[in-house]
Design a protein around this ligand. Sequence first.
Ligand code: TUI
Length: 312
Amino acid sequence: MKTRITELLGIKYPVIQGGMAWVAEYHLAAAVSEAGGFGVIGAASAPPEIVREQIRKVKELTDKPFGVNVMLMNPNAPEVAKVVVEEGVKAVTTGAGNPAAFMEMWKEAGIKVMPVVASVAMAKMMEKAGADAVVAEGTESGGHIGSATTMTLVPQVADAVSIPVIAAGGIGDGRGVAAAVMLGAEAVQMGTRFIVAEESIVHENYKEKVIKAKDIDSEVTGRSTGHPIRVLRNKMTREYLKMEADGVELEELERLTLGSLRKAVMEGDVVHGSLMAGQIAGLVKQKQTCKEIIEEIMAKAEELLSGGSQRQ
Ligand code: TUI
């Protein structure tokens, strides 16, 4: 499937890997790129030198294009933004904020910029600022979320901008890719399905939680604090939501979540850890290699988009 995104990034399949904090490290990014998608290192809150190291490690594993996600709530974001330029990264996605301050530097360096947006207004602003594409991310996504659904956001963003749109949030198989194309997207960004990839370094306990998750096992913490985060329900979320309902101070809530994603990803603490995952977790049933995931998804998407009628 050829689109403006496969052309822009020089990739075989219009599948971009989400820049998931802790999860999107070099093994996963390299495997997605090797499989013909677009692997992404999630800089999240990592120090700039760690991001540099991760970039170099991806280059050792693949000569295919890959990118970096710059998380804009990270106080180190300005330094990470520079590392991306110094290391000659081909494209960046950004999340959780407005990347306008870095746009000129990135464009001058020839880096393709694809900000994640959660609204039409932000998408238009990013197009004006020189973005090459936007990732329209619906509230079905894992992690930090906006409020519009993918079904409503993607067509409205596609109507509002001329640059290509990448759909994200709630996409986990070929039917999701085909649906995204119908809504006006030219690629998809997927995170949750890649959490359980064979090449993903995520702790087995976390992977099992995603595989066992049912449709309604998703929960959003932090709606009252202005930092809504979608995760799988566990003891931590039950306590968090109770404290939130009781009006507990922000500081105390943050103490409960501090380091909790690292605890889940690296230590496999699925009781007190933060199990960030999208609402599509219920659809994710098995561990596969990135190559198997991408090829299975794209075969089904292409069949459906060429008029195939089989739904499963
Ligand atoms: O960034 C994400 N998802 C994330 S980041 C993350 S790390 C983290 N951990 C703990 C607390 C906070 C963050 C985990 N998941 N997705 C991209 C995304 N960006 N979703 C929504 C947005 C967004 C929201 C508002 C982008 C721009 C925006 O505009 C704000 C502005 O400045 O106008």
